[in-house]
Each structure stands twice: as structure tokens, then as C-alpha cells.
Design a protein around this ligand. Structure first.
Ligand SMILES: NC(=O)c1ccc[n+]([C@@H]2O[C@H](COP(=O)([O-])OP(=O)(O)OC[C@H]3O[C@@H](n4cnc5c(N)ncnc54)[C@H](OP(=O)(O)O)[C@@H]3O)[C@@H](O)[C@H]2O)c1
Length: 343
């Protein structure tokens, strides 16, 4: 583990000449994947884990050689020697977990989707702002170097004016009783789990839409198995997006401009390459450089850069952007008739 030269800031607290101390909240597959990556990030120390059960926390701590294991979220939030907490619970618990940590004075990186809906997202942002603490959605696509490169290219007008985004994220998930993926109480359904990626991708290249239309096939529990969306923009741009838990796709995406297009043949949400087609020119393949870990390390680096620079928000994953995406997801759910308990 390396150390920062000086002046690491964590919300209101400043630390000098030491690593950023991470806490991990929840112990599922995503928490494990992120923690694995964190161990490869210079300047990052994973110092604590919090779980609903002390035993589970202890097992996770032993697996990743984490010094402190807590059997409650509150104990993690209260740990004075944690700078930033990574929240990796199912979506329906992001608000409660993130709020607890922010109230405990911790910076927070919270998994996607940021929350269940816009109102919860507003609440999280208000809590962070009222305490001048850093908060960021774990939308790893936005910090992916290749996606950033494509965004810079479109910003420089390489394919003319961006007029359309097509993107799909479909992954067949067999029906497993009790799984959060189809549980309304856990924010289940394709849209919040997978659809948030194509929606975020469209927002990245086109901004928040002026018009939203959608159709979804809902299962007997009232969550969406498959959803198709069209986002419209008053400037004439359009996005065609879809997601499904019923079948697996290539998870490709294309960004179209008036003078060409950028194709992401697969895994647009963490691509290994893309191809630039410019009118009248040979296609240009752009390959990814080596990743930090499995790709989650870039998020940790962004968080740590922000803390070091005493910023409470990431320019790459701005809170306004997360709020806009959640607003679009709310609009889609309203159109297709997916409501979660308590809404
Ligand atoms: N960025 C990505 O690539 C990516 C990939 C997959 C998932 N995700 C996101 O990461 C989050 C977690 O995904 P996951 O697949 O790891 O979820 P998961 O396995 O369903 O749950 C993760 C952990 O949350 C805790 N938990 C489970 N049910 C809970 C409940 N009812 N109340 C409170 N805590 C509960 C458990 O930890 P304890 O037993 O320790 O409490 C569990 O191990 C989701 O929001 C998902 O959208 C992101």
C-alpha cells in the first residue's frame, strides 16, 4: 500500500501522509469484487467491514485480511478511523446505509442504482451537502478510461453532433426464489439492476431527456423482466435503450453523430474496445489500457482523488447526473407500472 504525499481530506476531516481508510458495508458478491480491487489501489487501505451479522463480517474480514469486523452498520458508521464507506447492499437499502454513514461523518461511495427513486436520491444528496461530505454513485462506467475517451472524442466533435444512442444490457438470470433481482421489496427488476446502465450511458452522451416512453413485460410480482425505452430530446436527438433478465445480449452500444458513429461491440458499461467510424475514413479501433483490478479500482482512484482535493463531488460522476438518471428511471417505471413497496 502506498501513501499520499499530503493533504488527504475526508469530508470535513483532513489527514496527512497516510492511506485513505476504507470501510465496506455489506458482504455480498459486489462487496467482495470491489474489496478485491481496492487491495490493488495504491494509497487505499481496507480497515473495516460492516454487516448485518458479526459472523458474516468476521468471515469477510478474514477472507480479505481486514482488521475490524462489525456486526452492525452503525458500528461501522461510528468507527472514527474510517474515512470513506463503500455501500454494497441491495438497492432498497442504499438510502438507509448511506445516510447512516454520512451521519457518522463518513464520505460515501454508494453502488448503482444510487437509490430506489429520485426522492431517496435527493435525501442522500441533502444529507451529504448538509455535512459537506463527499458522496458519489458507484457508476463505474463513467470512470472507465475508455468510456471517458469516447466522451472526450464526442465532446471534441469527432463524429459531428451526437444525435442518438442505442444501448442494451440484457443478461439472462434464472428465476431463483428469494433472489433480490425479482423481489419488489429489494428494488427488483431488470430496469434498476441492468437498465440503469443504458439509461446512464444515454445521459452521458445526450444529457437528461425531454420525453420518455417505454414498454415492459412485468412478472407476477410486478417487477420488469424486459423493458424497452425511447428517450426524446427537443433538439431532435433520440435514444433507444433496453434491458432484460430473460435473455443474454452482447450488451453493445452505439453513439451516433452527424458525421459518424462510435460502436461498442460488447460490454459497453466496461468496454475493452470501441470502433470509431467517421464518414469517408477507415474505421479506427481504440483498445483499453490495462485496468486497475477488474475495473472497480478506477472508482476508488476517483474517490480518493476527490478526497485529496477536498471535493465533495466527483466531476466524472456528478450528483446532478445521478439525480437525472434516477428521474428518468422513475419516469420509465411510472409508464410501465412498476412500483416498490412504500412508494
Ligand atoms: N457495479 C457493478 O458492476 C455491480 C455489479 C453487481 C451488483 N451491483 C450493485 O451492488 C449492490 C449489491 O449487489 P450484490 O449482488 O452484491 O447484492 P446481494 O448479494 O443481494 O446483497 C449484498 C449484501 O447486502 C446485504 N443484504 C442482503 N439483503 C439485505 C437486506 N434485506 N437488508 C440489508 N442488507 C442486505 C448482505 O450483506 P450482509 O449479510 O453482510 O449484511 C448481502 O450479502 C446492488 O445495488 C447492485 O445493483 C453493482
Amino acid at each position: 500500500m502506498g501513501t499520499f504525499p499530503s493533504g488527504v481530506a475526508t469530508g470535513g476531516t483532513h489527514v496527512h501522509d497516510r492511506s485513505v481508510r476504507w470501510g465496506v458495508l455489506a458482504t455480498g458478491p459486489m462487496a467482495a469484487a470491489f474489496t478485491e480491487d481496492l487491495r490493488t489501489v495504491p494509497g487505499a487501505d481496507v480497515v473495516a467491514v460492516g454487516s448485518r451479522s458479526r459472523q458474516t463480517a468476521q468471515a469477510f474480514a478474514e477472507r480479505f485480511s481486514i482488521p475490524r469486523a462489525y456486526g452492525s452498520w452503525q458500528d461501522l458508521a461510528d468507527d472514527p478511523d474510517v474515512d470513506v464507506v463503500y455501500v454494497a447492499t441491495p438497492h432498497a437499502h442504499h438510502l438507509a446505509a448511506a445516510t447512516l454513514c454520512l451521519e457518522g461523518g463518513k464520505a460515501v461511495l454508494c453502488e448503482k442504482p444510487f437509490a430506489l427513486n429520485r426522492s431517496q436520491t435527493e435525501s442522500m444528496i441533502a444529507t451529504a451537502e448538509s455535512r459537506s461530505l463527499f458522496l458519489m454513485e458507484g457508476m463505474w462506467t463513467f470512470v472507465n478510461p475508455l468510456v471517458r475517451r469516447a466522451r472526450e472524442m464526442t465532446g471534441d466533435g469527432l463524429i459531428g453532433e451526437v444525435t442518438s444512442v442505442h444501448a442494451d444490457f440484457s443478461a439472462r438470470v434464472p428465476v431463483v426464489p428469494g433472489s433480490r433481482l425479482r423481489d419488489p421489496a429489494a428494488g427488483g427488476g431488470a430496469l434498476l439492476d441492468l437498465g440503469t446502465y443504458p439509461v446512464s450511458f444515454a445521459h452521458l452522451f445526450l444529457g437528461a431527456p425531454d420525453h420518455v416512453s417505454a414498454w415492459a413485460h412485468l412478472n407476477d410480482d410486478g417487477v420488469d423482466e424486459s423493458t424497452a425505452m425511447v428517450l426524446g430530446y427537443d433538439n431532435g436527438a433520440v435514444a433507444v435503450l433496453s434491458c432484460s433478465l430473460a435473455f443474454s445480449s452482447a450488451t453493445g452500444a452505439v453513439v451516433y453523430g452527424t458525421e459518424g458513429r462510435i460502436e461498442f461491440p460488447a460490454d459497453f458499461y466496461h468496454p475493452r474496445s470501441f470502433v470509431v467510424h467517421r464518414d469517408g475514413r477507415a474505421p479506427q479501433v481504440v483498445e483499453a489500457e490495462p485496468r486497475v483490478g477488474n475495473g472497480y479500482g478506477h472508482q476508488a482512484l476517483e474517490v480518493m482523488n476527490c478526497l485529496r482535493e477536498k471535493r465533495t463531488e466527483s466531476a466524472l460522476v456528478p450528483l446532478r447526473g445521478s439525480l437525472d438518471v434516477m428521474t428518468t428511471l422513475d419516469r420509465v417505471r411510472a409508464l410501465v407500472g412498476v412500483r416498490y413497496p412504500g412508494e
